[in-house]
Ligand binder design. Structure first.
Ligand SMILES: Cc1cc2nc3c(=O)[nH]c(=O)nc-3n(C[C@H](O)[C@H](O)[C@H](O)COP(=O)(O)O)c2cc1C
Length: 361
């Protein structure tokens, strides 16, 4: 039987050659938000054959929206030039489509990279004032963010728009807005981090309002033939938090606003979360969103084996599969999956001599 994982998938005018996506992965290697040679290697290796679509790490829309001082950004001309160099490189030598994840870290900004402990920056380390829907810290010892007023809401929305315009100029094929993992847009959705009393807090409709406004503004600025999707955490994994049922409502609303796909992850809003990690642990959430809202979905989280990925897409549980650590481990993931499943992966012309048609390991 033919492999479903290796069938194309259309999103607006973009034709993805297969259903495999390299998931965004922060590298904490940028200089003042600008990509450098590390990113040529990191994204370049994936562009050569890990997947049909490679999505950049969380790329922040402002300097204070960065998770750490070494995070990638797209808020200055220098950032744009540096990222354009990386995307041009991937296009020149690679075969994958290239997407960008646009993000604002909200109350989880101003921290050290995980390899240095991941804790909030101290004043000596250059901590900055963070912003969020409400003045509630992520956890004990974390920065108390400033609750965003009307001016801040407009300013951050405009930053998303400006970054999307820069992404369009660079020539990205697709944008994914980061509304997961406890970052700013997720903080608006969850009743744990959003305790506002204005029209942006309280009811589900109010909590969804700001992410929907940001989406609409970006959609209007991003070329209409190119797809725009959203990454969500389907649950906060904590009582009183954001739920899968609310995620379905959010997806239905987003679909009506022209959203092309939901990338369904979970958690990271509150350190008290209890996540039952297991292979494919987010798949049931993505399946629920797909079946109940009709939104195209990407599943992510401990999907590592080709047959596992094949079963998820051929079983109608997701349209696309995102792979993070598995792609770092094997930057030729799609080639090896194609060999196992009898599919056809893309190779650059000068690597044709190791295709299964002419060479067997
Ligand atoms: C090194 C690393 C960096 C990550 N950075 C991001 C990120 O920038 N944006 C994001 O949405 N998720 C990020 N994630 C989460 C992954 O995209 C993915 O959702 C998660 O690792 C589960 O998938 P996996 O089991 O295939 O690794 C990161 C994960 C890793 C391992």
């Amino acid at each position: 039987m033919a492999s479903t994982l290796f069938t194309p998938f259309p999103l607006r005018d973009l034709q993805l050659p297969n259903r495999i996506v390299v998931s965004p992965m922060c590298q904490y290697m940028a200089d003042d938000g600008s990509a450098n040679d590390w990113h040529l290697m990191h994204l370049g290796q994936f562009a050569m054959g890990a997947a049909g679509l490679v999505i950049t790490e969380a790329t922040h829309v402002s300097a204070i929206g960065r998770i750490s001082p070494r995070c990638l950004g797209l808020y200055s001309d220098e950032n744009e030039k540096a990222l354009a160099r990386v995307v041009d490189f991937c296009r020149k030598y690679g075969v994958a489509k290239i997407g960008i994840q646009l993000a604002h870290a909200g109350r989880k900004a101003s921290s050290l990279p995980p390899a240095q402990g991941g804790k909030p920056l101290t004043a000596e380390q250059g901590a900055w004032k963070t912003v969020a829907p409400s003045a509630l810290p992520f956890g004990p010892g974390w920065h108390v963010p400033e609750a965003m007023d009307r001016h801040a809401l407009l300013a951050v929305k405009q930053q998303f728009v400006e970054s999307a315009k820069r992404a369009a100029r660079i020539g990205f094929d697709l944008v994914e807005l980061h509304a997961a993992h406890g970052y700013l847009l997720h903080e608006f959705l969850s009743p744990i981090s959003n305790q506002r009393t204005d029209e942006y807090g309280g009811s589900l409709a109010n909590r969804m309002r700001y992410p929907l406004e940001v989406f609409d503004a970006v959609r209007a600025a991003w070329p209409k033939e190119r797809p725009l999707g959203v990454r969500v955490s389907a649950t906060d994994w904590i009582d009183g938090g954001w739920t899968p049922e609310e995620t379905v409502v959010f997806a239905s609303q987003m679909k009506a606003h022209g959203c092309d796909f939901f990338d369904v992850s979970s958690g990271a809003l509150d350190p008290r979360q209890q996540i039952p990690f297991a292979p494919g642990y987010n798949v049931p959430f993505g399946e629920k969103v797909k079946k109940e809202s009709g939104m195209a979905t990407m599943s992510v989280g401990m999907i590592t084996r080709p047959q596992q990925a094949e079963d998820i897409v051929s079983g109608g549980k997701a349209d696309l599969i995102a792979i993070a650590r598995g792609a770092m481990d094997d930057p030729r993931w799609a080639w090896h999956a194609a060999r196992e499943l009898g599919g056809e992966a893309l190779y650059s012309a000068n690597y044709q001599r190791c295709t299964p048609a002419v060479w067997k390991p």
